[in-house]
Design a protein around this ligand. Structure first.
Ligand SMILES: Cc1cc2nc3c(=O)[nH]c(=O)nc-3n(C[C@H](O)[C@H](O)[C@H](O)COP(=O)(O)O)c2cc1C
Length: 319
């Protein structure tokens, strides 16, 4: 399934794993890459040496492309340099597309992308020198830059941009993938469905809550704003209700570089397998795609199901 995006980044199928810190293990990123997708990891709160070590671990598992994603509010430019020297793809999210950062990362040899939420931002990302742009609709799980739903945004971005576009938000099935490819995307970026991958680091209670939920159980909120204020995100509404029932203060602990770190009520931190405390009251990010997340499956199976299914649907649509 060759597209403008697969050719750009050197993967085999038009599927990008969303970088989801606390969810994406090295195993998950490598499994998606080995299955033909673009693997991704996120590195907020890690120092440059830890980013190097993470990239060593990935290199020991796969030679296929795995990119590194940065959240602008947590960006350490030294980590960007490390990633851009070693990874084929470096990507940024949240904040205005910044030509200096794009030029800096490209100078090290990486392809650079930016996830955006509007056509104006998409144009700014292209002007900043990005090799590709991810357009994110309001259906997306996690932090949501978008202010409109994916298909109208994608359609207008496809008319406006010359660089490959990745579509994000609410995509979980072969039909969803076929739809965005037909509408002009070079790939789909998928988050929520991969939270329920067998290789995911997400806490089992988080995964169980996703499997039981439908799109109507999600909502856009600013509730989980600890460490990252004024940034809307889509979560399971049940997590908001559970968190509001708790007193303020630390509610659990997470592991960061071998150290136990407290998690405050309303923290942005997603619960991983080794997180302690009331998991149901933490940031249970979920896209509107969640209704199509009905089983835990190996990442390779998810990639194959989506890629072969979308190819068949697109062929059938041509008659
Ligand atoms: C648990 C979770 C964590 C996320 N973390 C990030 C992140 O660190 N950087 C980023 O660019 N996007 C992040 N996203 C958003 C994704 O890039 C993407 O827009 C979204 O997952 C697409 O919607 P979907 O979840 O319905 O597939 C996250 C999404 C989820 C579900």
């Amino acid at each position: 399934m060759e597209t403008s995006f697969t050719k750009l980044v050197g993967c085999g199928v038009p599927i990008q794993l969303a970088a989801m810190p606390g969810v994406v293990s090295v195993e998950l990123a490598a499994a998606v890459a080995e299955a033909g997708g673009l693997g991704m990891v996120g590195v907020p709160l890690l120092p440059p040496a830890a980013v190097e070590a993470l990239l060593d671990e990935i290199a020991a598992r796969t030679r296929r492309p795995v990119g590194v994603n940065f959240l602008m509010p947590f960006l350490d430019p030294a980590c960007l340099d490390v990633a851009a020297r070693r990874a084929p793809v470096v990507e940024l999210f949240y904040g205005d597309p910044d030509p200096e950062l794009v030029v800096r990362a490209r100078a090290h040899g990486a392809r650079v992308g930016w996830q955006v939420g509007s056509v104006d931002e998409a144009r700014a990302a292209e002007r900043a020198g990005c090799d590709y742009v991810v357009v994110q609709g309001t259906e997306a799980g996690g932090h949501v830059r978008g202010r409109e739903s994916l298909l109208p945004l994608l359609a207008r971005a496809a008319d406006a941009l010359g660089v490959p576009i990745v579509a994000a938000g609410g995509i979980a099935t072969a039909r969803d993938l076929a739809a965005v490819l037909a509408a002009g995307a070079g790939a789909a970026r998928i988050g929520t469905r991969f939270v329920a991958a067998a290789e995911s680091e997400a806490h089992p209670k988080y995964v169980a809550a996703l499997l039981a939920a439908t799109a109507a159980d999600t909502c856009l909120t600013e509730t989980f704003s600890g460490m990252w204020p004024d940034a809307p995100h889509r979560v399971l509404a049940s997590a908001i209700a559970a968190a509001e029932r708790l007193p303020a203060g630390p509610i659990g602990e997470m592991q960061l570089l071998g150290q136990a770190v407290p998690i405050e009520r309303f923290s942005v931190i997603v619960p991983s397998k080794d997180t302690t405390g009331p998991i149901e009251a933490m940031a249970l990010y979920a896209g509107e795609s969640v209704g199509s997340v009905t089983a835990v499956q190996p990442a390779a199976e998810i990639v194959a199901e989506l890629a072969t299914g979308a190819e068949r649907l697109l062929r059938a649509a041509r008659g």
